[in-house]
Write a protein that binds this ligand. Structure first.
Ligand code: COA
Length: 264
């Protein structure tokens, strides 16, 4: 049977699946196959309630140096559009995926690599990570939402700065710009991510999934429709057994506490 995962490596942990881009000798540059394999790995665990989060990272020294530029040499317009559409499929999959996706960025996180991670729910960068959208230097525009998701993430001016200058920035600068959510020492990056997953895993599965769904949907739909969707999601969660159990547990604990003297 042919190997399913050739350019990614899939690691199963107790509460998470780690999808690792696996072309270290090519700086983990992105190919259509990588996009397909990430989509396949997401599909395989999307309904597994034991899997509380997915981590996206890279084997070796780098997250990814972006799309593999070799594939653009002499490429036709149609093939170029098809490549971008494949990345679109991937980022739409990440955004609709019913659990949090954490991108752990290290080494180079450039171009298409960084842009895919912009559709993860969290970006954690190691202290030595270098980030940027340098496509402008070779005369192309970013893909995977680098002109679409990025301004929503960090604001128009900062997104324009990164896209138009192609600047490669440090993790500290990325944190200051809001491009990443945390910067951690290289040596403790994985344990930081596991700790985050541990905290999320204490929360009810359907609630976590609903919160992501409402937040992502509201970014697509705007405030009025988002508020309505938020209200219906609230109604739906209140009818789940887990939420009812947690609410009655809270009330019975606190009504018991209220009979005890508060402060002596
Ligand atoms: N696509 C294809 N090959 C790439 C690549 C990419 N995106 N990025 C790096 N490489 C290759 C280089 O061609 C080189 O290959 P070689 O050893 O066969 O010559 C190798 O990776 C190492 O790159 P090099 O530039 O020699 O190393 P460096 O440490 O000086 O710089 C980078 C590393 C990533 C900063 C630099 O290569 C770079 O800017 N790459 C382009 C990034 C980019 O524009 N990404 C968006 C693409 S759309």
């Amino acid at each position: 049977m042919p190997e399913k995962y050739l350019e990614t490596k899939i690691r199963h942990e107790s509460q998470s699946v780690w999808i690792l881009i696996n072309r270290p000798e090519k700086l983990n540059t992105i190919t259509v196959r990588i996009a397909d394999e990430i989509i396949m790995a997401l599909d395989e665990c999307s309904q597994d309630r034991e899997v509380r989060a997915v981590v996206l990272s890279g084997v070796g020294e780098n997250f990814s140096a972006g799309a593999d530029i070799n594939q653009f040499n002499g490429i036709s317009t149609d093939a170029a559009i098809a490549f971008h559409r494949k990345l679109n499929d991937l980022v739409l999959k990440l955004r609709s995926f019913p659990k949090p996706v954490i991108a752990l960025l290290h080494g180079y996180a450039l171009g298409g690599g960084l842009e895919i991670s912009e559709s993860a729910d969290f970006r954690i960068a190691t202290e030595t990570c270098t980030l940027g959208q340098p496509e402008v230097d070779i005369g192309i525009n970013a893909g995977a939402g680098g002109n679409v998701v990025l301004p929503r993430l960090i604001g128009y001016g900062k997104a324009m700065y990164l896209a138009l200058t192609g600047s490669k920035i440090t993790a500290a600068k990325a944190l200051e710009m809001g491009l990443v959510d945390a910067v951690v020492p290289d040596s403790s990056a994985e344990s930081f991510v596991r700790e985050l997953i541990g905290k999320i895993s204490e929360k009810p599965y359907d609630t976590v999934s609903t919160i992501k769904d409402v937040m992502v949907s509201s970014m697509n739909s705007g405030v009025p429709a988002g508020l309505e969707y938020e209200a219906t999601a609230f109604g739906r969660l209140l009818s789940t057994e887990e939420t009812r159990k947690r609410i009655s547990g809270f009330i019975s604990k606190h009504s018991h506490d209220s009979r005890a003297p508060r402060h002596q």
